[in-house]
Design a protein around this ligand. Structure first.
Ligand code: RP5
Length: 167
């Protein structure tokens, strides 16, 4: 297996469905990554060990997803100076506001780049991680540009279909 350039951590197995789109996008872009379950609270020591090991292996960016009192991204940001992207998840009767605030409100000097809740956030976490990696990888940058051209083409095609439908 290639050395992971990115890592995806989630706080619980119950987070997998929401986080899966991030893994799919990294895979589609050909970015080697490690995905695992680790919790800021339930497996604090394992989380720190994983960050240290992945850093040593050359991992450049960490994606962390958690719900409720979502401290996973913050705990990772406390351990590394590599960029950390946080995905807040809807996992409690508070509808994700708890996780959003826990993830985004980091003290100065320990930023977590916080994306949207749940699957939409997972997708953008992967795209943002890819953009960070593309700074040192021209081939990846090219793949990202191509993905944007495909997005634009899809919008134009949908627009043409809609206009034809009501012509
Ligand atoms: C968080 O608590 C996890 O990230 C998950 O979103 C939430 C609930 O976890 P489980 O009780 O389903 O394991 O730590």
């Amino acid at each position: 297996m290639s050395t992971p350039l990115a890592a995806i951590f989630m706080g619980s197995a119950s987070d997998e469905e929401a986080v899966a789109p991030a893994a799919q996008i990294l895979q589609d872009l050909g970015i080697p990554f490690k995905i695992t379950i680790t919790s800021a609270h339930r497996t604090a020591a394992r989380t720190e060990k994983l960050v240290d090991e992945l850093e040593r292996q050359g991992c450049r960016v960490f994606i962390c997803a958690a719900g409720m009192a979502a401290h996973l991204a913050g705990a990772v940001a406390a351990r590394t100076i590599r960029p950390v992207i946080g995905i807040p998840l809807t996992a409690s009767p508070l509808g994700g506001m708890d996780a959003l605030l826990s993830t985004v409100q980091m003290p100065p000097g320990y930023p977590v780049a916080t994306v949207a809740l749940d699957k939409a956030g997972a997708r953008n976490a992967a795209w943002l991680a890819a953009q960070i990696l593309a700074l040192e990888d021209p081939a990846l940058a090219q793949r990202l540009q191509e993905a944007r051209l495909m997005n634009a083409a899809a919008v134009e095609q949908a627009s043409e279909e809609l206009e034809r439908k009501f012509a």
